[in-house]
Design a binder for this molecule. Sequence first.
Ligand SMILES: NC(=O)c1ccc[n+]([C@@H]2O[C@H](COP(=O)([O-])OP(=O)(O)OC[C@H]3O[C@@H](n4cnc5c(N)ncnc54)[C@H](O)[C@@H]3O)[C@@H](O)[C@H]2O)c1
Length: 294
Amino acid sequence: MTESNIRSVGVIGAGQMGNGIAHVCALAGYTVYLNDVTPDRIKAGLATINGNMARQVAKNVITEEDRKNALARIRPAETLEELSDCDLVIETAVEKEEVKRKIFAELCATLKPDAIIGTNTSSISITRLAASTDRPERFIGIHFMNPVPVMELVEVIRGIATSDATFETAKAFVGTLGKTIAVSEDFPAFIVNRILLPMINEAIYTLYEGVGNVEAIDTAMRLGAHHPMGPLELADFIGLDTCLSVMQVLHEGLADSKYRPCPLLVKYVEAGWLGRKTQRGFYDYRGEKPVPTR
Ligand SMILES: NC(=O)c1ccc[n+]([C@@H]2O[C@H](COP(=O)([O-])OP(=O)(O)OC[C@H]3O[C@@H](n4cnc5c(N)ncnc54)[C@H](O)[C@@H]3O)[C@@H](O)[C@H]2O)c1
């Protein structure tokens, strides 16, 4: 199958990433079937897409007509059966292997045989996930960045069995979304997170060892390395639980002590201080301005 015969895209999971993926696919002209565990979650995903597209209209990134047409292309799908005629299905449910495996088992039972399955996993082996389906040769990693409508990159990851045709189709498909591709081999955390998370972890060690405080570390990297956000600010944005789980995947998957998660990161996660989403992490977001917590 080539990109020219991808017309419809199924998206499983309407969370942070799923609604972004549905958003960019619909704007690119694909018919999108958006699935989640409850109708309310799908509705919430659609509401987010609507709001984000309205913001793009206000900023003149898209027209009001683009927004209307794109929204009309997104169909809520309460069951996976409704995705059975899709040419490509992208799984972007929670980062739990058993959940993804269960989804694939149910999906493969009804999905047409020549359809491609993509996964947006940040860390689980593509080869292992592919092996749990009936079509490892038509299975591939398509890893979007957060927030999807804004970030330019998509990592494309082949499993050991992914066919050349699937690889070419996935690359062409990503191109039609206006994104740039980086091809990564199937190793823990792929490219972006393999480099980014150890840097963030090192920034937390720098804090833990008292080399600098939160403000000094973030200022140093913003002004000294021209990073748009300091590493601790960025950790809070990503979510400290997510940062910890990526470091654990690197540590276990590569069995190298250089990836050991900083004990201070573990402590913040144990405290439930997960960053912006819980209003407290390396900064406290409960007041008007973020205040460093160390
Ligand atoms: N957050 C990021 O920065 C980021 C970046 C790239 C990739 N990812 C990956 O994307 C995936 C989704 O992450 P997210 O941040 O959108 O999480 P999220 O928690 O915002 O959304 C996950 C959604 O999946 C739904 N879901 C759970 N089980 C399901 C099932 N059986 N069927 C259908 N839907 C189900 C949940 O109800 C939820 O709405 C994960 O694999 C994650 O690793 C995340």
